[in-house]
Design a protein around this ligand. Structure first.
Ligand SMILES: Nc1nc2c(ncn2[C@@H]2O[C@H](COP(=O)(O)OP(=O)(O)O)[C@@H](O)[C@H]2O)c(=O)[nH]1
Ligand SMILES: [Mg+2]
Length: 435
């Protein structure tokens, strides 16, 4: 059951520390404006995490602090009830141009949003940042800090650690441009454990909904990969060829066309997987060419037999119904597929897994089109998930499935579809890695 109360988080910090990138990653929304030019965000904006049309969590992206030292001075002089300190500050300064950003960024906090303070751990702590941290401590509200080391090095300066320990209930490392689903879940779970006062049952419900949604998406992705396998394994292609060019030219042309057809099927399914994991801005076409063992696929197609049919025989044309007795006295027909080599199946699965893994482990905060997976991560996926390392049981399911695709036994086909889909899904479920 999903609660009617939507948990809220406000992402706070200085300019350029990675607030918007983090919101983008946490909300799985690659349209959040991320900007290297400081000061371009002047308004607080909500970005919801939506599953099945329902808002699960709401994140607020905020402008950077404007005058934290002055705000801290005001707070230290404040003598009213401590629980009202923020409210009074905003009431007193709502029309003050010197605190325009502070009024804007603290507005969601007043309404009960949890505070996530972002700081880039790759540079030393400034007085500005020290003032921001102290302000947050003086609010007395549940708050966690996220150290976003932009240089990907997690060993941040010792004095930053001391400042964070003094001012926050919890410190997490989370790189806005590297973190994965596993990291995000870790962050959410950590927030709910900050203090007993803060524990929100609706937040636990939201975390469960996120996990359920992830499982559902993996199930859908495994079905998409299954469709890819079935389509590629049953693809065949035929071509008319002149009798005088009864040499390798026709075969080469046919194999190239066949290769393009298989890649087009892959591309179609990969695009659907990319959409499923909400990567709308990422151009993955160069990735498809760079990471995958493409040569294996090409070699396998090159090894396929090409069948020749003589003048008066008939042949099925790819993608259409069987056309009986197309007699073309001046032509031969050549045909390729369906591929009967089980290695073809393994290559297709491995390629789909590598693509899936790149997509799901890609942070939505990134704005580049690079591969985005470290050599170590790729190695990890290859060692743990590619078919070469599958156990005998899984390989047997694969070969039974492979046979069933080419047989005319609907009952067996149905049974083997379910079994291979379960194998695919199990692998997908284990492919989100900590960054
Ligand atoms: N390499 C790297 N760049 C980052 C990271 N986080 C943010 N950036 C970059 O830093 C700049 C400012 O990021 P942004 O999220 O807009 O910061 P904000 O001003 O705090 O919202 C952008 O160019 C981001 O791409 C990170 O973790 N690694
Ligand atoms: Mg921003």
């Amino acid at each position: 059951m999903i609660s009617n109360v939507t948990p809220e988080f406000v992402i706070i910090g200085s300019f350029n520390e990675g607030k918007s990138s983090l919101v983008s990653t946490l909300a799985e929304d690659d349209t959040v404006p991320v900007d290297p030019i400081a000061g371009n965000t002047s308004k607080t904006r909500a970005f919801p995490l939506i599953f099945d049309g329902k808002e699960i969590i709401r994140f607020f992206d905020t402008p950077g602090f404007q005058n934290p030292e002055l705000m801290l001075t005001w707070m230290k002089k404040y003598t009213g009830p401590s629980k009202d300190i923020l409210k009074v500050f905003i009431v007193e300064h709502k029309n003050d141009p010197e605190f325009k950003n502070e009024c804007e960024l603290f507005a969601p906090v007043l309404k009960g949003a949890g505070i996530i303070y972002v700081i880039d751990g790759s540079h030393s702590v400034t007085d500005h940042a020290r003032a921001e941290m102290e302000i947050l401590r003086l609010t007395g509200l549940p708050r966690m800090s996220v150290v976003n080391c932009k240089n990907s090095d997690t060993s941040f300066p010792a004095n930053l650690k001391i400042d964070l320990l003094k001012n926050f209930n919890s410190i997490r490392h989370l790189n806005a441009c590297q973190s994965t689903y596993t990291d995000r879940i870790g962050l959410f779970e950590c927030f709910n454990r900050i203090s007993e006062d803060w524990y929100q049952p609706e937040f636990s419900i939201a975390i469960d909904a996120i996990k359920r949604d992830w499982d559902n998406r993996n199930k859908t992705a495994s079905k998409m990969i299954l469709l890819l396998l079935e389509a590629a394994l049953t693809t065949n292609l035929s071509m008319d060829t002149q009798e005088e060019t009864f040499d390798s030219t026709g075969e080469k042309k046919l194999k190239l066309k066949f290769e393009k057809k298989i890649k087009a099927i892959e591309k179609l399914v990969y695009k659907k997987i990319q959409d499923l994991y909400k990567h709308n801005m990422f151009n993955s076409s160069s990735l498809i060419d760079s990471i995958f063992p493409e040569q294996l696929l090409v070699d396998k197609i090159q090894q396929c037999d090409v069948l020749y049919s003589k003048k008066s025989s008939f042949i099925a044309r790819a993608g259409s119904f069987l056309k009986p007795y197309r007699i073309r006295p001046d032509l031969e027909q050549i045909k390729i597929g369906a591929v009967k080599d089980i290695q073809f199946l393994f290559i297709l699965i491995d390629r789909a897994f590598l693509f899936y893994s790149c997509i799901i482990n890609r942070a939505h905060g990134r704005r580049d089109n690079d591969l985005g997976m470290s050599t170590k991560t790729i190695q990890d996926v290859k060692e743990k998930h590619l078919t070469m390392n599958w156990d005998e049981n899984k390989k047997t399911i694969c070969s039974d499935f492979f046979r069933s695709v080419h047989e005319n036994n609907r009952k067996k086909k149905k049974k083997m579809r379910l079994r291979i889909q379960a194998v695919l899904q199990e692998s997908l479920n284990n492919m989100s890695l900590p960054s």
